[in-house]
Design a protein around this ligand. Structure first.
Ligand code: PMP
Length: 405
């Protein structure tokens, strides 16, 4: 692995050298989506300049080569998640589609009236709404795992809620609002003890930590490419092979079938069964390129860099009047805050005018905002390409914004 030096990293991200509102861009919104390194941009552009062909279909050399690369990309993801087989890796458009796939196949066909789906109060809407939809279809109930005042999950309450009625536990690996890392190892174990399966939303985790789905014993694990330096429109559903094999397909169409006739259709095996239609081949290759790029870096050093910047940012804003950090987590790559008496969007606008990009709002987590009694927060989320200068600019811009409001 190459040594981690920030200058070397930064020059690989063309989007970071632009100006925003007349000033060099400071990008502090990587939890929403990361910027893309050249290795990823070049993969997409080379694919469309040369290799472009449909996969698993034709009988010519281009399609054969594209198919080999497409399946190699799946193996890259398999190894990245430490899955037992590449058949357990299903391409999706992102975390949202992967969660909807589970809800529409596994959940829809196994849940019955009276069954319960335990969902944490801190989830992104993508890990709440699909469960509500399938609950409506099946008569199952969505039950909330409550959050404590420190923005960690109430594990005692979780253990109490688990019962033979529990069929699914859905929880994020890492919260997109506070960066809380939920104790998913213990939660998965406890879910299995009552015969439930565990669905883990890894959208905010995979960019920052090594994931081993077998060690976790996760039944399903999902993530989006665009939050890990790859493009939007590609994501991953990992599922245990036995579960995926027992699940009915969701989308129907080409590639997910073995034989179609008007007398009846038989379905393809894994992973094709869940991949109807022409896939996002360039996206798959670009996601593999992003993973390989990330794995070529010293990840401990890059995470240490991120955490040092975060500590610097927190120290720099600590004495701003009425500023409150929401649920501070010691090891997160992001933090949320509010300034009492000032609307979060007003601050975001004044920061934007100074070239600082961050997220203000509810972060697609209405239930969590309700539990916190706020209508939104500001969120600073860091990636390995951020610099000390970014943090200094942010601190000065926030001080200025707060003095004006
Ligand atoms: N879960 C979490 C924790 C997220 O942060 C996000 C994206 N903000 C999602 C799910 C949804 O991801 P996508 O929109 O890429 O499907």
């Amino acid at each position: 692995t190459a040594q981690f030096t920030i200058d070397h990293i930064r020059q690989q991200f063309p989007a970071l050298s632009q100006e925003s509102n007349g000033q060099p861009l400071v990008y502090l919104d990587s939890a929403a989506t990361t910027q893309k390194p050249r290795a990823v941009i070049d993969t997409i552009s080379q694919y469309y300049q040369g290799q472009n062909a449909n996969v698993h279909r034709g009988s010519h050399s281009l399609t054969a080569a594209a198919t080999v690369q497409f399946e190699r990309a799946r193996e890259t993801v398999q190894h990245f998640l430490h899955a037992a087989s590449s058949k357990e890796i299903i391409w999706t458009r992102g975390a949202t589609e992967a969660l909807n796939l589970i809800a529409n196949t596994y959940a829809r066909h196994t849940l019955q009236a009276g069954d319960e789906i335990l969902v944490s109060e801190m989830e992104h809407h993508a890990n709440i709404v699909p469960w509500q939809m399938v609950a409506e279809q099946t008569g199952a109930r969505v039950v909330k795992i409550p959050m404590k005042a420190d923005c960690t999950l109430d594990l005692e309450a979780y253990y109490q809620l688990l019962s033979p009625n529990t069929k699914i536990v859905a929880v994020a690996h890492v919260s997109n609002v506070t960066g809380t890392r939920h104790p998913i190892e213990a939660m998965i174990h406890a879910a299995h003890d009552v015969g439930a399966i565990a669905v883990i939303d890894g959208a905010q985790a995979v960019a920052h930590e090594t994931v081993d789905v077998q060690a976790l014993d996760a039944d399903f694990y999902v993530f989006s490419g665009h939050k890990i330096y790859a493009p939007a429109g590609i994501g991953v559903l990992y599922g245990k092979q036995a579960l995926l094999e027992a699940m009915p397909p969701w989308h129907g169409g080409g590639k997910m079938v073995e034989k179609v006739s008007f007398a009846g259709t038989t379905y393809a095996g894994l992973p094709g069964k869940f991949e109807a239609g022409t896939p996002n081949v360039a996206g798959s290759l670009a996601l593999a390129a992003a993973i390989e790029w990330l794995q070529g870096l010293d990840r401990d050093a890059s995470e240490a860099h991120i955490h040092r910047l975060r500590e610097m940012a927190l120290a720099g804003i600590a004495d701003i009047d009425d500023l409150r950090i929401i649920g501070l987590q010691p090891h997160a790559s992001l933090f949320s805050f509010v300034v009492d008496g000032v609307h979060h969007q007003d601050i975001a606008t004044l920061l934007d005018q100074q070239g600082i990009a961050l997220r203000a709002g509810h972060h697609c987590a209405h239930p969590m905002m309700d539990a916190l009694h706020v209508n939104g927060t500001l969120r600073v989320s860091l990636a390995l390409y951020n610099t000390e200068q970014d943090v200094e600019r942010f601190i000065a811009a926030l001080q200025k914004a707060c003095s004006l409001l």
